[in-house]
Write a protein of this length. Structure first.
Length: 188
């Protein structure tokens, strides 16, 4: 029996606005509420990764990976830098729960995130091979970058409070940043 065969891959946990990809076996995880995580992989090269974004787009130009368009492009580019081929990429999508509505918010952020990522993948010709989106509870997601195996565990809403607080704080911050202040100077 090979003693190295049972060695667990390195683990990486990501949060809102982060992207991780690897050309070596790795286990990447995150906790999702209304946010979405896209997992992409090149099955031929066994290169894969995950992003975690909060909103489909920004009110003003930004390069933050907390916004869908940037998170998707960053993930694709990192996979390609590691030897993946864009033409072979496949995707799995998770999250987009309606958890903020449970807290009295009228926003449909989860639904908008899912619509964005689904349309983005269709526009880019990247097959969506699996998804677990929507619902009313958050999830913990684990993704193996080399095999594209995804494990999803529902999180009871009472345990999701920390993630929701992070999402609401980021939403408030992004809205405040998008509103120009009197006398503000914009650099370009």
């Amino acid at each position: 029996m090979n003693p190295l065969a049972s060695v667990a891959p390195p683990q990486k946990s990501i949060i809102v606005g982060e992207v991780f990809a690897s050309d070596q076996p790795a286990l990447v995880s995150t906790v999702l509420g209304s946010c979405v995580a896209a997992c992409m992989f090149d099955p031929s090269r066994r290169v894969g990764g995950m992003n975690h974004f909060m909103l489909p787009d920004a009110k003003r130009p930004t390069a933050s990976a907390a916004f869908g368009i940037h998170a998707m492009e960053l993930l694709i580019n990192r996979i390609m830098q590691l030897g993946g081929d864009r033409r072979r990429l496949q995707a799995k999508v998770f999250g987009g729960a309606n958890v903020l509505a449970l807290r009295g918010a009228e926003m449909q952020i989860g639904k908008r995130n899912v619509e964005f990522v689904t349309q983005f993948l269709a526009d880019e010709g990247i097959p969506l091979v699996a998804q677990r989106v929507g619902g009313n509870c958050g999830v913990k997601l684990c993704f193996y970058t080399d095999t594209a195996r995804a494990l999803v565990k529902p999180i009871p809403n009472r345990l999701l409070d920390e993630t929701l607080q992070e999402e609401v704080a980021y939403l408030q911050h992004s809205r405040a940043a998008a509103t120009p202040q009197p006398g503000a100077v914009t650099l370009f």
